[in-house]
Design a binder for this molecule. Sequence first.
Ligand code: GDP
Length: 313
Amino acid sequence: MEKQARIYIAGHRGMVGSAIVRKLQAEGYTNLIMRTSSELDLRNQVAVADFFEEEKPEYVFLAAAKVGGILANNIYRAEFLYDNLIIEANIIQSAYKTGVKKLLFLGSSCIYPKMAPQPLQEEYLLTGLLEPTNEPYAIAKIAGIKLCEAYRSQYGCNYISAMPTNLYGPNDNYDLQGSHVLPALIRKFHEAKINNQPSVEVWGTGSPRREFLHADDLADACVFLMEEYNDELFVNIGTGEDVTIRELAEAVKDVVGFEGELRWDTSKPDGTPRKLMDVSRIHNLGWKHKTELRDGLEKTYQDFLANEVLYVE
Ligand code: GDP
């Protein structure tokens, strides 16, 4: 990518898109194209086609998606399927029509079968049944991978896909009903500390294992892949290390400085027992994460404190 290239970041206000924008700006890319959802509704086929015709981006980071934690995914099943399918389809078709040079599509580790062997190798896609709580989101993300593969095979488009593990960082969603576990725990422990509550409620049994990658590391990997990688097979992005939800909760509790107890609400779902990424492929390409979980949690708690009014409405 030339520093003057016209680069469209779809979803630039989200945690992933905003991290990609910070990374590109830091690297000296000067021609970034961005639209808020009120300026451009990515679910509107005609609006997306017109936008690509007018702006003619050369590179596209497809980080726009409807995302959420285990509860939101399970409740808003139609929206998670429809919104994500149509956003991907509109952007990928418009990119093809207007001759975009390269596109990076972002998926998720939930595309893998619920009971796939661990760690998750890219080859395990479509070898078994999905986790029911986020099946609609996963089906949409699998469709996105398949769109990139099909446009490559039929039209010769250089569209690549990256599958990040669970992410955290600036501009995360801190809404307790909609968020993922890590931001939820930061907020819950922080509020419990401020209000002198004796305990904090944590969902499930605490035994599921999850891997966490800082959004800045993901952005670094995305720019790396955009510059270095041109193959059909999608690439996992993670740290290759996971912790139990109980270990995560203890670590967040410690970073926030809450001194009360954890109460496990086992009426809430555990979800997939484990989803640890096999990151050999990206390691072999020459990329590795930089932020370890403890440092990332400390950085993220500081960011939460600085932006609490924005994050908690
Ligand atoms: P998942 O990775 O798709 O399952 O999504 P989440 O990040 O929402 O949940 C991960 C795990 O953390 C699940 O086992 C949840 O039950 C558990 N968990 C514990 N406390 C919370 C919480 O306050 N919010 C969320 N979203 N998950 C929690």
